[in-house]
Write a protein that binds this ligand. Structure first.
Ligand code: NAD
Length: 388
């Protein structure tokens, strides 16, 4: 089948298997070129097929030489339809891991369910026996709580006030204005239910009960804070409440694991990146396009793999910047005063006429396409490819 990008409402509905494979290979080469990491020997990555989770799996396997168990929720390709990018990423990861003689097991299903947790435990027992690293990197709009069977939906809304902002339609490249009404109480609690720490805690409890965590185990989940301009919609909004809950859960898991196994838990505040979710929040797209331009001009830009390679090297024997709330700050470069000042200046003067020149619209667009395996150098998009 010949696969081309099909984009509707800033969402790309197709993915290219060879392009995705090349992107995974690029991440593997990046980590290998930076040299081996004396770190995890066996890692469980929850949310391992795209974004930060995939980069963690690559760093674990190809940096540390670890066995990996990856959990994700992706659509498989069929004879007539391409699957989602994470499906192809995970297939290529498994192929590369096998070629390197590394144990890898990929489990496609709902990580929020008890059934999938048991499948992961079985895979750990059949493979490395125990894991010494658990990365929790889920990003989801919905969660079925296995306790009450209810499906909760997360929202991205401000709390207590309207959010009016300039924003960017990344497909047309036009500056637009957006307005979102404040969330009602139920939307706040539902967002915490989906993206807060409850499920991370349930994973750790299940893994502890099954005795598949090693002495000194580490676990980490990812958070975000971001700049003033997106504060009402992000950190002070519904998702920010969920991130506060995730961070508080990290502290609870930390005391639980330190008592039981001399282990530790922490959250890491990561850098803003182009993701499938970010593309549907136009204010965040505008911020990211400007941020990328500023960080590239200053030679500070990082993508997922650069961030997670630095995170792993810092976590194992290096140094990680930690703030006074115990969070690792991988957003240190993004939040540097000179970077944020430059972003603010551009934010205030961006117009339809100058946005192309003042922001990295092109870089944003190419990251978005490459996330789906398109516009990847060296790939022949006229070639017939297998979608399965
Ligand atoms: P992503 O969308 O690229 O990856 C999410 C992963 O979760 C995928 O592997 C997906 O298959 C999996 N997943 C989703 N629902 C699932 C389910 N029900 N069962 C099993 N797997 C499921 O996301 P990302 O951008 O890498 O975000 C990961 C974490 O990092 C999130 O907590 C996010 O808030 C945080 N973060 C992201 C950014 C950013 O800019 N992208 C910045 C800082 C922190």
């Amino acid at each position: 089948m010949i696969i081309s990008p099909r984009i509707r409402n800033n969402i790309c509905l197709t993915a290219h298997p060879s392009g995705c494979a090349a992107e995974v290979k690029k991440q593997i080469d990046f980590v290998k070129n930076n040299g081996p990491i004396e770190g995890t020997k066996s890692a469980l990555i929850i949310g391992s097929s795209t974004g930060y989770g995939l980069a963690c799996r690559v760093a674990s396997a190809f940096g540390c030489g670890a066995s990996t168990i990856g959990v994700f929720f992706e659509k498989e390709g069929t004879e007539t339809r391409p699957g989602t990018p994470g499906y192809y990423n995970s297939k290529s990861f498994d192929t590369e891991a096998a070629a390197a003689g590394l144990f890898s097991r990929s489990i496609n299903g709902d990580a929020f369910s008890d059934e999938l947790k048991q499948k992961a435990i079985t895979a750990i027992k059949e493979g490395p026996g125990k894991v010494d690293l658990v990365i929790y990197s889920l990003a989801s709009g919905v969660r079925v709580d296995p306790v009450d069977g209810i499906m909760y939906r997360s929202t991205l809304k401000p709390i207590g006030t309207d959010y009016k902002s300039r924003a960017l339609d990344t497909m047309s490249g036009k500056i637009i204005s957006m307005a979102i009404e404040p969330a009602v109480e139920e939307e706040i609690s539902n967002t915490v239910k989906v993206m807060g720490g409850e499920d991370w805690q349930r994973w750790i409890d299940a893994l502890l009960e099954a005795d598949v965590l090693s002495e000194g185990v580490k676990t980490s989940a990812f958070s975000y804070i971001g700049p003033e301009v997106t504060r009402p919609i992000y950190r002070n909004g519904t998702i920010g409440r969920a991130k506060e809950d995730l961070e508080a859960t990290g502290h609870r898991i930390n005391s639980q694991l330190s008592k039981k196994l001399g282990g530790s838990a922490f959250t890491s505040v990561n850098k803003a990146l182009v993701t499938r979710a970010a593309a549907v929040i136009p204010a965040i797209s505008l911020y990211i396009s400007i941020l990328f331009k500023v960080m590239k001009d200053k030679g500070l830009h990082e993508g997922c793999i650069e961030q997670m390679d630095r995170f792993f090297r810092g976590m194992y024997g290096g140094e990680l910047e930690v703030d006074n709330e115990g969070r690792v700050r991988m957003d240190d470069l993004e939040m540097r005063a000179d970077v944020q000042d430059a972003v603010n200046e551009i934010w205030n003067k961006a117009t339809d006429e100058n946005i192309e020149e003042l922001s990295d619209l092109r870089g944003y667009h190419s990251d978005f396409m490459q996330m789906h395996g398109f516009e990847v150098p060296g790939i022949d998009y006229d070639e017939d490819v297998k979608t399965l």
